[in-house]
Write a protein that binds this ligand. Structure first.
Ligand code: C2O
Ligand code: CU
Ligand code: CU
Length: 497
């Protein structure tokens, strides 16, 4: 053998052995846990409320600029992306019934879009992959808010680049208030005081302070970090001045699921999920929030005490893949609540929160969606293919099945749905309100009642997809076009703005 060949073989051998050793390590490595190790020495950053103007016609206009910047999370200078700032974006607050407009500017060096996750709006305003905004370009999204109070969010949705853009920091919260003049009076409603956005994201940091983008197993499972940022704060505390606090939990991570509870195991009230308030508060000590989902909880505090919002292992009993590669056994200390010595009284959580009218499953149009192999029904996303044509105002029953050995999510744009059944049984209370995103462990199945109301547009699709962003980017997504009865779908060709 020539020396060159021998060297090459030796290098290959080392790489193969190294790969096997690394794979073996991943299979046996202990779970990540920051429980007991977080210092809680920084006040929780509260994203500012986005300023807006209201024109004589009553249209409320916001401006968002996506751009790059540098953030100081306490780990050095971290290059980050954000909207109207270096990291994350302002909270947009809108009211049911109000016409809104968002003027978007792309200050990045690559294409982006802004998608309104959970918002019921025309497909043209939805910000899917077809709505690419070129670097330096602008776009406008306009719609009338036409849904009840809820916690929603916005984030980029460009073809194949969503994971990285969100990971670098592009995301923000949207709060929809119910009709009327004030915020919901019955629940804690002081923004950043007793009604607190809690945007949870996991990151890895290099020694130099940059975000790491670990490439596990060729990067097919997605990014899992060992450090939490909450609203862009590492190790945050929040000073509580009232007896009750509402936390609007948003999982804006790229791959990680959480199971939120408190360090002392106290119970709290789950009052809202993705699409709005539950009909009644649900008393529990844990709430599961997978990527893209939201949960609104109300927790009672005693004067002078400190308690930690924790994420317990979300799927400790799942199979090896979920436990070792999808963070199923990982745990985090998230946010410390510090109660003042005296607390202002809060009105009690009402026993009834809202009406959740049930969609009628009789005669619903059946469809099946199998999640597996980074595809839906065996197909990868194609921007020029319509996968589903739904008729406006007609209820459909979507059976979504995870046939894979890893967990997946399922999110639908443009609408809110109800869960008719989970694994053949009626949904548990946390899944019985309005939803737009669900998590499916291997082998699980849910039946969703989906109804696209108000807006038909035969030329422009809504998306449905796995919200584990690596999976979404690699094609685990499909397109649904909503038409009037008798209409044909005919996708328009969209060009970057
Ligand atoms: Cu949160 Cu299609 O997205
Ligand atoms: Cu969405
Ligand atoms: Cu997935």
């Amino acid at each position: 053998m020539r020396p060159g060949v021998r060297l090459a073989l030796a290098v290959i051998l080392v790489l193969v052995l190294g790969g096997l050793a690394y794979g073996g390590y991943l299979l046996v490595r202990p779970p990540v846990s920051t429980v007991g190790h977080v210092r809680f020495d920084r006040p929780l950053r509260i994203p500012p409320l986005a300023p807006s103007t209201v024109d004589p016609k009553g249209v409320r206009t916001f401006t968002l600029e996506a751009g790059a910047g540098v953030s100081d999370f306490g780990r050095g200078r971290t290059p980050t992306w954000g909207y109207n700032g270096a990291y994350l974006g302002p909270t947009l607050r809108v009211r049911q019934g109000e016409p809104v407009q968002v003027d978007i500017h792309n200050g990045l060096k690559e294409q982006t879009t802004v998608h309104w996750h959970g918002m019921h709006l025309p497909a043209k305003a939805d910000g899917g992959p077809f709505a690419a905004i070129r670097p330096g370009g602008t776009a406008t999204a306009a719609w009338t808010v036409n849904q009840p109070a809820a916690t929603l969010w916005y984030h980029p949705h460009p073809d194949g680049r969503t994971e990285e853009q969100v990971y670098r920091g592009l995301a923000g919260m949207v709060i929809v208030d119910g009709p009327g003049s004030g915020p919901d009076p019955a629940l804690p409603s002081g923004y950043g005081v007793d009604d607190v956005p809690v945007i949870v994201q996991d990151k890895g940091f290099t020694d130099g302070g940059e975000f790491t983008i670990p490439n596990q197993l060729g990067g097919t499972l997605g990014i899992l970090g060992d450090t939490l940022l909450v609203n862009g704060t590492i190790g945050p505390y929040h000073d509580v001045t009232t007896q009750l606090v509402r936390l609007r939990l948003l999982n804006a991570s790229t791959a990680r699921s959480y199971s939120f509870g408190f360090s002392d195991g106290r119970a709290f009230d789950l009052v809202g999920t993705d699409g709005g308030l539950l009909s009644a508060p649900y008393r529990t000590d844990r709430v599961a929030v997978s990527v893209g989902e939201r949960a609104e909880i109300v927790v009672a505090m005693r004067p002078g005490e400190r308690v930690v919002l924790r994420s317990y292992p979300p799927n400790p009993d799942s199979g090896t893949v979920v436990r070792q590669f999808q963070g199923g056994a990982d745990a985090f200390d998230v946010l410390q609540l510090r109660a003042a010595a005296t607390l202002k009284p809060s009105p009690p959580v009402p026993a009834k929160l809202t009406d959740v009218p049930r969609l009628d499953p009789a005669g619903a149009v059946p469809r099946t969606f199998e999640l597996g192999g980074r595809a839906i029904n065996g197909q990868k996303m194609a921007m020029n293919r319509v996968d589903v044509v739904a008729v406006k105002d007609v209820t459909e029953r979507w059976t979504v099945r995870n046939t894979d050995f890893m967990q997946h999510n399922f999110h639908v744009h443009g609408t809110r749905f109800q869960i008719a059944s989970k694994n053949g049984r009626p949904p548990p209370p946390p899944l019985s309100g309005w939803k737009d995103t669900i998590n499916l462990q291997p082998g699980e199945e849910m039946d969703l009642l989906v109804r696209f109301v108000d807006y038909a547009d035969p030329t422009t699709p809504y998306m449905y997809h796995c919200h584990l962003l690596k999976h979404e980017d690699s094609g685990m997504m499909g397109q649904v076009v909503v038409v009037e009865p008798g209409q044909q779908a005919q996708l328009a060709h969209h060009h970057p703005h």
